[in-house]
Write a protein of this length. Structure first.
Length: 290
C-alpha cells in the first residue's frame, strides 16, 4: 500500500469518525487534557509541535442518551515511540497515527484501566478459561494485515458490534489500522490446533503496542461461534501471563466505562488501576477507587 493511499484512507476514517483536523482545540476541557498530557511526557517536546484537536459531539457508543467528544493529537511528526508511551500513561489510546482521549462535557465515565501484572492471581474462572483454550497455539506476527485476519474481524464485528462505527470497515481500512504507525506494535495470532475441521484456522487476534512499562491491547477480535471459550477474556489473560514472563508490570486495557455493560468485564481483572485525577489509583472490587 502506498503512503499516499494510506493517507487518503486515514483522512477518510477521520471524516467518518467525526474528527476535525482544521485547527487546534482551545476549549477549557481540552486545554486541561493538553496540559496533563504535556506534564506526562518525559521528553521536552515543544508544545507547538504537540497540537491537540477536538471532535464534534457524537452519540456515545457506551452510554445511551449521552454525547461523546474526543481530544486527539498526531503521532507522526515526533518521536512516536516515546510519545505513545507517555500519552498512553496519561490515559490516551492509539488509533493508527493518532492518540486520543475522551473529553466529554459533564461526563467522566470513561476511565483508563490497567492490570498490575505482578499482583494478578488466577481465580477459578480464569483457570477454566485457560483450560478451555489450551489447544490454541500462539504466534507473534509483524504489524502487517492479512485477508484472513480481516475476514475474522468482519465476522466478529457482525456478531458483536453490527451497529458500531467499524461495522463497514474495508480491507483497506483494516490495513491502515494495523500498518499505519511508527510505534512498536505487532499482532498476536491464536489458532486452533486440536484435530477437527477448524485445525489451523485463526481463532483470535490482537493488535498490541509494546510500551516501556507494559503492553497496550489496542484492539482484539475473535471467533464468536463458541461463547464458552471466552476468547476475549482469554486474550487478556494470555497477555497478562506473557507480560509477567518478560517482566513488564502492566497490561493496559483501554477504557473502563462506569455504567456500561459492554465494559464491565474490565473491572474483573483484579488488581486493577484506574487513572483518577492524573494518578494511577488502585481499584477495589466493590467498584470504588482508592
Amino acid at each position: 500500500m502506498t503512503s499516499e493511499r494510506r493517507r487518503r484512507t486515514r483522512n477518510a476514517r477521520l471524516i467518518a469518525d467525526g474528527l476535525d483536523e482544521t485547527g487546534p482545540a482551545r476549549e477549557p476541557s481540552v486545554r486541561k487534557v493538553h496540559n496533563e498530557a504535556l506534564d506526562a511526557v518525559t521528553r521536552p517536546y515543544p508544545s507547538r509541535s504537540l497540537r491537540f484537536y477536538l471532535t464534534a459531539p457524537a452519540p456515545c457508543p457506551y452510554l445511551p442518551g449521552r454525547r461523546e467528544r474526543k481530544v486527539f493529537t498526531g503521532l507522526e511528526a515526533m518521536d512516536a515511540v516515546n510519545l505513545n508511551d507517555a500519552l498512553t500513561h496519561a490515559g490516551f489510546r492509539r488509533s493508527q497515527n493518532i492518540a486520543y482521549r475522551p473529553a466529554c462535557d459533564l461526563c467522566d465515565a470513561c476511565v483508563s484501566a490497567r492490570v498490575r501484572v505482578d499482583e494478578f492471581e488466577l481465580n477459578r474462572r480464569w483457570k477454566k478459561v485457560l483450560t478451555r483454550n489450551q489447544d490454541l497455539t500462539r504466534a507473534l506476527r509483524p504489524a502487517e494485515a492479512t485477508e484472513e485476519q480481516f475476514w475474522l474481524l468482519r465476522r466478529y464485528l457482525g456478531a458483536r458490534h453490527a451497529e458500531g462505527g467499524m461495522a463497514d470497515m474495508s480491507l483497506l481500512d483494516y490495513a491502515a489500522m494495523v500498518e499505519e504507525t511508527a510505534v512498536r506494535t505487532h499482532i498476536v495470532e491464536y489458532r486452533y490446533s486440536a484435530p477437527g475441521p477448524d485445525k489451523g484456522e485463526l481463532a483470535a487476534a490482537a493488535l498490541v503496542d509494546v510500551l516501556k512499562d507494559g503492553v497496550s491491547l489496542v484492539y482484539s477480535f475473535f471467533d464468536t461461534r463458541d461463547p464458552k471459550r471466552s476468547l476475549g477474556v482469554f486474550t487478556i489473560l494470555d497477555h497478562i501471563m506473557r507480560a509477567r514472563t518478560v517482566g513488564l508490570p502492566h497490561v493496559y486495557l483501554g477504557y473502563w466505562v462506569r455504567g456500561s455493560d459492554k465494559m464491565d468485564y474490565k473491572a474483573e481483572f483484579q488488581p486493577l488501576e484506574l487513572l483518577i485525577a492524573g494518578n494511577w489509583t488502585p481499584f477495589r472490587k466493590t467498584g470504588e477507587a482508592g
